[in-house]
Write a protein that binds this ligand. Structure first.
Ligand SMILES: O=C(O)CCC(=O)C(=O)O
Ligand SMILES: [Mn+2]
Length: 196
């Protein structure tokens, strides 16, 4: 494997490593287009504060058969892997030290699409889950907030980047993609996971 530039974030109670350019610009442009057109995007309703509302982004769930995933009151059944997803998975596994069996995809159509504060701590992810997050398209801010101290850590997730979250990160920190007023284009994020 070629050397990959990476930055370990100075966050207590966490292990977060950012690879700014795992995919080069040409690869990233091609993958963004392919994912836009080949993924079966959907907009589910989720339960928030006792009401059902449309999720503020499009999503899709792919993975090994039988690895269903429940969150925000909905259960997603995986669609079978596509070659493009297996290619991306193969690129991040050597950096992750794990073999993923599923991926949640998020499509942010513009600055008013977002993901609110949460941790990836569903029981089916087990203790200390390894989450591998790949981004294509518009740069978006990614915020972490420590549960006990409320300390924040911000970073910008760029086109072709890879963010690895491991160790106790999900126990101590939440994360979000905030809305932005800036006129920005679309972004696709893939979070690879291991469902137990
Ligand atoms: O879009 C992102 O970078 C974050 C996605 C995320 O946190 C998730 O899918 O759980
Ligand atoms: Mn998450």
């Amino acid at each position: 494997m070629l050397f990959q530039e990476s930055i370990e974030l100075p966050m207590p109670d966490a292990r977060v490593v950012y690879f700014p350019a795992l995919f080069n610009a040409a690869e990233s442009n091609a993958l963004l287009e392919e994912l836009k057109t080949t993924i079966a995007w959907r907009q589910d309703d989720i339960r928030m504060f006792g009401k059902w509302i449309p999720q503020p982004r499009l999503t899709a769930w792919y993975g090994d058969a039988g690895k269903s995933y429940k969150y925000s009151g909905i259960t997603m059944q995986p669609m079978p892997w596509l070659p493009v997803l297996l290619d991306i998975k193969a690129r991040i596994e050597p950096l992750s030290g794990t073999v993923y069996n599923s991926v949640l995809l998020n499509y942010y159509r513009g600055g008013s699409d977002s993901m609110s504060w949460h941790a990836d701590d569903e029981p089916e992810l087990g203790a200390n889950p390894v989450i591998g997050s790949v981004s294509f398209g518009a740069e978006r801010m990614f915020h972490f907030r420590h549960n006990a101290t409320q300390v924040k850590q911000h970073l910008v997730l760029g086109h072709g980047s890879f963010l690895l979250m491991a160790g106790p990160t999900q126990h101590h920190w939440q994360h979000q993609i905030p809305k932005t007023q800036r006129a920005i284009s679309e972004r696709i994020n893939l979070t690879f996971r291991v469902i137990i």
